[in-house]
Design a protein around this ligand. Sequence first.
Ligand code: TXA
Ligand code: MG
Length: 323
Amino acid sequence: MAPTAASVALATQRLHAGELVAFPTETVYGLGADAGNPDAVHRIFAAKGRPSDHPVIVHIGNMAHVDRWAREFPEGARRLASAFWPGPLTLILPRAAHVDDAVTGGQDSVGLRMPSHPVAQQLLAAFAALGGTGIAAPSANRFGHVSPTTAQHVEDDLGDAVAMILDGGACAVGIESTIVAFTGREPVLLRPGGIGVVALAGVLGRAPSAPGTDSPRASGTLASHYSPHAPTQLVASGDVLQEVARRTSRGERVAVLAHTAVRPAGFTGAWVAAPVDAPRFAHVLYASLRTLDTPGVQAILIEAVPDEDAWLAVRDRLSRATD
Ligand code: TXA
Ligand code: MG
């Protein structure tokens, strides 16, 4: 549904009534429920087919709402929030006592994010005006599948399970938020994403640490996540054409996502020519995987991306999408 004032108001009422509303954010589409209503949050898990011990991010529209969810807002987290909110950053903070286990997955922490997409902001503001304290929302895909970056993707994955989908166009960032946990002594990078490590380090004074065994669990960090249905494989840049030729000569139906390799004459399968810079590549990544992942395709081949900092989040998602 187009995001008019009337449809946002309707979406807000649906949330207030405990129903699920999918909405656009600058990263990916979220599957939203009233974060203060455990029954509504449980509906998210049923709709996604997601194990119920996985925590969900609470989306807020106002910095003053952090205290409703977190019992501490450490200095480093405050600095990141003022630098990057609203935007593609999630902070994991010690949870306030009242926060339900449905939201936290039973952990002693809560994930908070203030999205910058105007429709998400309108929805959050309207929901707060009805007394709502936050919108719990994981990515609006079936569990383990590629995250949705258009309203149509949400419809394809979860159309029957949601009361409403607000259509805010294609998501600008295209991959999920960066997640930084402030639950131990040092900030920990749980998931690379829309905000790069260099930008985080610029604000924190040093890069966040890698997760250790005592870091909070994050489902997006499971080794196989964000996957297409067809077997998906990374191929070194220089080997793409040879690998395509080898497989097609055996009669295999392959689909290709390449950013430097050029489609060979005579190749009849699906081929997506992706942008050569990391942010634009990220923007098209999930939509491209969905385009390539059609019935009958025996393998999706993805040209490996550069081993540079700017590509960290894209490399992370590619390594999870591939076998
Ligand atoms: O960009 C995004 O973050 C999108 C949009 C919709 O905001 N949301 C998203 O949600 O990617 P989801 O549920 O697909 O991934 C959220 C990640 C999961 O890996 C979850 O485990 C982690 O955040 N997470 C949430 N709360 C947490 C907590 N209290 N402790 C540790 N990890 C948490
Ligand atoms: Mg997800």
